[in-house]
Write a protein that binds this ligand. Structure first.
Ligand code: ZN
Length: 345
């Protein structure tokens, strides 16, 4: 039994005890995309649902919860009220093309609200997030001809600043790459003959500005997800502020919204809540922050969300009830871990 399953089993009785309180907490669920086939820029990063599986999730949410739009969350937060028990919010991170082609029609069909968090630098496929570039590189490593590894092993090791003995070592490095290694990542992409510009041009992995505008016109909420999706906890104070302020300003210019929600790229878990409260007071343009800490009881300006990309078993039922039950079972353990690391806020 792996550690997570063990913790889940141990957490279940405690979760039952805390059940009524846990169940009263509003839930957020978030996805990156849902599409018929996982595409090369995400295939190595995370699993995704098919449109049919997302449709099952949406039907489950519609039948079992009150699905609240961002405006409703803000309305309650301004009056210092919690959302009613049994509420859920739905959001989508990174502004990938499937948000428009697959997710938008499903939300419209079900009459459900949703928030799309976009990164300004990727709109219109002007550039590609470093993790998506790393995913393309991982695919290219898998396609290396016998003998080709020997030719690039030395330069790749130099760029990675670590001795890479096998292609598997390079894949491990690519999986751990952060925005601070973008220059080295780009050089390795070149050695692997990954054509990032060509991929952006031909595969259009992200939404266009026109599509984002249309989502806004149709009543969906557009939120900011930073300018270039860096690991914010590795940024210095001025870069972090520039990413938050700049991306919210860009969404404001695009949509005319007076205030804009912001979702942390990757996670905001390592960011001190005190520091975020100070930033929020300073950047008046942000109305709420969305994080990925499951059912964490958090500051009133943070909405936590459960990741729901995992497709589960094929079949004709949604796996969201299981994902939510798991989040409940693991919450006591997660809460204990946070207590032991109070510097995280
Ligand atoms: Zn993201």
């Amino acid at each position: 039994m792996d550690a997570v399953r063990l913790a889940e089993r141990m957490g279940r009785p405690l979760a039952r005890l805390l059940g009524p309180s846990l169940r009263r907490r509003p839930r957020g669920v978030f996805y990156h995309l849902a599409g018929p086939h996982p595409r090369a820029h995400v295939r190595a990063l995370y699993e995704t649902k098919t449109p049919e599986q997302l449709a099952l999730d949406l039907r489950y949410l519609k039948e079992s919860f009150h699905v609240a739009g961002h405006e409703e969350v803000v309305w309650h937060q301004r009056r210092q009220k919690s959302l009613p028990a049994g509420s859920v919010t739905i959001s989508f991170d990174d502004g990938l093309a499937e948000c428009f082609s697959t997710i938008r029609p499903l939300l419209l069909e079900n009459g459900l609200p949703g928030t799309f968090f976009v990164c300004e630098a990727f709109i219109d496929n002007r550039s590609m997030m470093h993790r998506n570039r790393a995913a393309l590189a991982i695919e290219a490593v898998g396609r290396l001809e016998p003998g080709a590894w020997d030719a690039i092993r030395e330069p790749c090791s130099r760029l990675a600043a670590s001795p890479l003995a096998t292609p598997g070592d390079l894949v491990a490095w690519l999986r751990s790459v952060t925005f601070r290694q973008e220059t080295e990542l780009d050089a390795i992409c070149e050695l692997l003959e990954v054509d990032v510009a060509g991929y952006l041009r031909e595969q259009s992995p992200y939404m266009t500005g026109e599509q984002v505008d249309q989502l806004h016109r149709e009543g969906f909420t557009i939120g900011a997800h930073s300018l270039r999706h860096p690991e914010l906890w590795l940024c210095d104070g001025s870069r972090m502020e520039a990413e938050m302020r700049g991306s919210c300003l860009a969404v404001q210019e695009r949509t005319g919204m007076s205030r804009v929600p912001f979702a942390f790229p990757f996670t905001g878990a390592m960011l001190s809540r005190r520091r975020l409260a100070a930033l929020l007071a300073d950047i008046e343009l942000i109305d709420l922050m969305y994080d990925t800490a499951y059912l964490r009881r958090d500051r009133s300006f943070i909405v936590n969300r459960i990741p729901a990309d995992a497709p589960g078993q094929p079949g004709d039922r949604s796996n969201l009830p299981d994902l939510m039950a798991r989040a409940e079972a693991l919450e006591p353990l997660r809460a204990a871990r946070r207590l032991l690391r109070p510097h995280l806020g």
